[in-house]
Design a protein around this ligand. Structure first.
Ligand code: LLP
Length: 438
């Protein structure tokens, strides 16, 4: 992937940096990002819109990986930012991300979170439900402050992906139902409001999607509603946000499309419907997360114990696991691996890569082909840049890994490794409850 190569020592390098050196400097598990690849992925989306001359915003869906440093890179690239919580917003504020390019998502934003969004004068709030509409009206009226909003709708499109990450179908906790009048009711509650400016509509149909058809159907469904509103209420949407969800290659079995393919499908659908209904061309916004950071990230682990279960399998255990990457345990997600310090050695028989958490299900890869494993070897698991660190836990009180960015032969620590002190930093020893009386 990207700038990964193998050097003369047979070591994996990322961004021109030897991963064996990185492991020595920063320890393992270590999440290494190839920043050139992140930039290349972002440009692929941005350029496709530019080529077609379509006004667009490419927002980084930062739930995939949120940190101050990645927000700083995103800002430099001219990306917008999708945040889904006060915590992500706070990280964006700490990175001094341009507020007008921040979009706030989520199906249960709190009053405090909405106020934070007003305090920071962010670019837009994506309204998800009637409760939020009431809250945002109250806040904007009390403050006499404007806020841009989009309405999130569920278009009733089923994209073929894992059930846990499909979101466009009717039975979803997200958004207003497009088909049963909910979306119109929401519109009418906002229409002509003195402070709330409705920019348009949003949908997100799922994640790790490999087809363009679902995006076409979603764009058609939303544009149809937009056309209806124009006829019925003389209201024109200026923004159509089609979400993220573009698939990437985790293993050789995955066949992702180039980012331009998804964008072109959206462009042609929107252009042709705008033409047919004489609708002013809206801006198209998208929100890629995984497809910007997924394959830019690689986790380097150290191999410890190995156990052979005769006639069944060999377990090779590493110094991390479901605490730093829960995706295999949660979704049955597949990854591929290699021995970072012995890339040129012949492969062993099939092995299972296990984590160190106290759960049998803590297997990172069921079937991996790596160099004959020796304790102390470094194991690289590829494509771990999305939804790993951001979903990490301290299960078994394992400290979270460190994160390094690499580019052009340079490296920089961007998230330090948790220490044991960090692990207990929120703990408060007994003061009265349960304490033995002396
Ligand atoms: N926009 C919205 C409103 C979303 O809910 C999401 C992802 C995205 C954009 C970005 O989707 P992406 O481009 O990254 O596919 N934890 C799961 C993925 C959950 C996705 C949640 N929403 C996983 O590890 O596969």
């Amino acid at each position: 992937y990207g700038t990964q190569t193998v050097n003369e020592k047979g070591h994996l390098t990322i961004g021109g940096v030897d991963t064996v050196d990185l492991a020595h400097i920063y320890g393992t598990p270590l999440l290494v990002y190839d920043i050139a690849l992140f930039k290349e992925r972002a440009a692929a989306f941005q350029e496709t819109f530019k080529k077609a001359g379509i006004q667009a915003q490419v927002a980084y869906a930062s739930k995939a990986f949120s940190s101050i440093a990645i927000y700083e890179v995103a800002a430099q690239l001219g990306l917008s930012l999708d945040v889904v919580s006060g915590g992500e917003l706070h990280t964006a504020v700490a990175a001094n991300f341009p507020r007008e390019k921040i979009h706030f998502h989520g199906n249960n934003k709190s009053y405090t979170e909405l106020q934070y969004a007003f305090d920071e004068k962010i670019g837009c709030i994506v309204l998800d439900n009637f409760h939020e509409i009431e809250m945002i009206k109250e806040i904007s009226e009390a403050r006499k402050e404007k806020m841009n909003v989009l309405l999130r709708v569920t278009p009733g499109v089923h994209a073929s992906t894992h059930d846990y990450i499909t979101t466009g179908q009717e039975d979803s906790k997200f958004g207003f139902d497009l088909k049963n009048g909910q979306t119109d009711d929401a519109f009418l509650k906002l229409h002509n409001h003195p402070y709330i400016q409705l920019l348009g509509m949003h949908c997100h149909i799922g994640s790790q999607i490999f087809e363009t058809e679902a995006f076409r159907l979603a764009a058609e469904a939303l544009m149809t509603k937009m056309v209806e509103w124009r006829q019925k209420f003389k209201f024109t949407c200026s923004v159509l946000n089609l979400g993220g969800g573009f698939g990437i290659r985790y293993t050789a079995e995955d066949e992702p499309l180039h980012p331009s393919k998804y964008v072109e499908e959206m462009e042609s659908t929107v252009l042709s419907m705008a033409r047919t209904y004489n609708y002013p061309l809206p801006e198209i916004w998208i929100e890629p997360g995984r497809s910007l950071v997924g394959d830019a990230g690689t986790t380097i682990y150290t191999i410890g114990s190995t156990k052979e279960v005769p006639n069944i399998r060999t377990y090779v255990s590493v110094d991390g696991g479901m605490s730093d990457n829960i995706r295999p345990a949660l979704y049955g997600a597949k990854y591929s691996a290699a021995s970072a310090n012995r890339m040129l050695d012949p492969h062993s028989d099939k092995v299972t890569i296990a984590g160190k958490c106290c759960e049998s299900g803590d297997k990172l890869i069921e079937e991996a082909f790596i160099a004959q494993p020796v304790e102390g070897d470094l194991l690289a698991i590829f494509c771990t840049g999305a939804y790993t660190y951001s979903m990490a836990s301290n299960y078994n009180r394992l400290p979270k890994p460190a994160i390094v960015f690499c580019e052009d032969g340079q490296h920089q620590l961007v998230v330090r490794r948790e220490t044991y002190e960090d692990i207990i930093r929120l703990d408060i020893p007994l003061q009265k409850i349960g304490r033995e009386q002396s």
